[in-house]
Ligand binder design. Structure first.
Ligand SMILES: Cc1cc2nc3c(=O)[nH]c(=O)nc-3n(C[C@H](O)[C@H](O)[C@H](O)COP(=O)(O)OP(=O)(O)OC[C@H]3O[C@@H](n4cnc5c(N)ncnc54)[C@H](O)[C@@H]3O)c2cc1C
Length: 447
């Protein structure tokens, strides 16, 4: 590699780059990627560090878990997305240490200097103090999680196909999904379609009527972030697809093949060969590391409480964006949700603010534009709340598809997804059904 390509202090940077302020961005997800792109052409040298060499489009992970699409359809190499930006270098590795006084970050056993630091390390799953549940009930946060869920679903179906005992078959065909947010609802709808319809022709012994899918949530309705009417529409669509809803139910224990749930009716035990966990999100441990190094405050979810410009008190050179930050400078004082749209807008705004400071202008204060929320519940079924306009059914499903294609950062994957979706609509056939090797336990972030 030519010396001018080395931006971090691996080699002395080229003279023309040496004087430029050095921006280090940790995390190439929605927020970090938006920041990188908005810094293209700026008079800065930018280093993007991620522990994975790809950007993951998390909203479609449930389609990987249920064999609709392949892992590579939702993972785009970061070098492909931003590696050609002349002022930017991509580095692979996990940042694990911050020294805010010396303005240095620890990374793969060394530490490096920055002038500006943008932390966009996202969030992970939490099992609310029960990390041992991760092995028994994988979450859906990483590509490996999604592949592991797919592997487990396909393996139980294979075992059921060769099992003469009908009771055992019913156990193998039982799935419990914990968490009635968008991820849990989308997974439940897609698992139902996979186990009841898509593979009906391919498995000779499986009776779709023996499949049971139970969605457990402690709240009194699904999709609590959406309008109650849409929660009702989602519940109706899922029940029509054969998903049993267990609302007001709190998971007490999880063992292999069973979990116990307490609700107003008392305690009940659910037997299921596959259990999936979509219930808890906790910010990246890098937030805790920043709090240790700088005394900034974290909220209950481990998110860094930030100033209106996403900096932390006493450190205007450090910005925290995306799922890792609690941004409460909103009209109602409630922190912005951990979703893709806020993350992208935060990344773009922080980059613009940096450029403005450098070039002597001030951007307008950050204002989040809320494009709305949606969840898909099965083929042709979705709910959408677009700034107060609510939709359900096929129109919501079409809007959902268009919105996800628009958000997909890689044009090649956008095109491939469109083709794959059209293929699935035309044939009702899923093709990403290869059973892989077991994956490492889910990424769990406990306080
Ligand atoms: C299953 C699922 C479905 C979702 N569906 C939707 C949806 O339909 N609509 C919606 O708006 N939002 C949805 N979300 C939420 C959305 O994906 C997140 O809000 C968004 O990804 C947050 O972006 P981010 O850039 O903050 O973090 P992320 O996209 O998570 O990116 C963080 C990056 O940081 C890297 N990283 C982490 N720690 C380190 C470290 N120490 N060193 C180096 N790199 C590190 C990670 O590898 C990752 O690339 C969904 C999330 C999940 C899990």
């Amino acid at each position: 590699m030519a010396p001018e390509r080395f931006f971090l202090e691996l080699e002395p940077p080229l003279e023309s780059l040496r004087q430029r302020p050095h921006v280090v961005i940790v995390g190439g997800g929605f927020a970090g990627l938006a920041a990188c792109r908005a810094l293209a052409g700026a008079d800065l040298r930018v280093t993007l560090i991620d522990r994975r060499n790809f950007n993951l489009f998390q909203p479609l992970l449930y389609q990987v878990s249920t064999g609709l699409i392949s892992p590579s359809d939702v993972a785009s190499p970061l070098r492909l997305l931003v590696g050609r930006q002349a002022n930017l270098q991509v580095l692979l590795g996990e940042v694990d240490h911050l020294d805010v006084d010396r303005r240095r970050i620890g990374f793969e056993g060394s530490d490096f200097a920055y002038d500006h630091l943008i932390l966009a390390a996202g969030s992970g799953s939490t099992y609310f103090g029960h990390p041992e549940w991760a092995e028994l009930a994988p979450s859906m946060k990483t590509l490996e999680d999604a592949e592991e869920i797919r592997r487990r679903l396909l393996l139980v179906m294979e075992e059921a196909e060769r099992t003469p005992d009908s009771e055992r078959r019913r156990h193998l065909q039982a799935v419990v999904i914990v968490g009635g947010g968008p991820t849990g609802c989308e997974l439940a709808g897609s698992v139902s379609d996979l186990m009841r319809h898509s593979l009906e022709r391919d498995f000779k012994q499986l009776d779709p009527a023996d499949t049971t899918i139970t969605l457990v949530d402690p709240g009194d309705r699904l999709l609590r972030a959406l309008d109650p009417q849409l929660s009702a529409a989602a519940a109706q669509a899922l029940e029509a697809a054969g998903v049993r809803l267990l609302l007001g139910g709190r998971v007490r224990t999880i063992e292999a093949g069973r979990l116990s749930v307490t609700s107003a009716e008392g305690e009940q035990v659910l037997e299921a060969a596959t259990i999936c966990w979509t219930a808890g999100v906790r910010a990246s441990p890098l937030g805790g590391e920043l709090a240790r190094a700088s005394s900034c405050r974290l909220d209950r979810g481990g998110r860094v409480e930030v100033e209106p410009d996403f900096s932390i008190p006493g450190h205007p050179e450090i910005r925290v964006i995306g799922d890792l930050c609690a941004y409460a400078h909103t009209p109602d004082g409630r922190p912005l949700p951990g979703m893709a749209a806020p993350a992208v807008q935060m990344g773009a705004w922080v980059a613009r603010d940096l450029r403005g400071r450098l070039e002597g202008w001030t951007p307008k204060p950050f204002r989040f534009f809320d494009p709305g929320s949606m969840a898909v519940l099965g083929p042709g079924r979705a709910v959408a709340d677009l700034r107060g306009l609510t939709f359900s059914g096929p129109l919501a499903w079409l809007l959902w598809g268009l919105a996800h294609l628009a958000f997909m950062p890689d044009p090649e994957n956008r095109l491939l997804l469109l083709l794959k979706w059209l293929w699935v609509i035309g044939t009702r056939q899923r093709s990403a059904l290869v059973i892989g090797q077991p994956q490492a336990p889910a990424a769990v972030t406990e306080p």
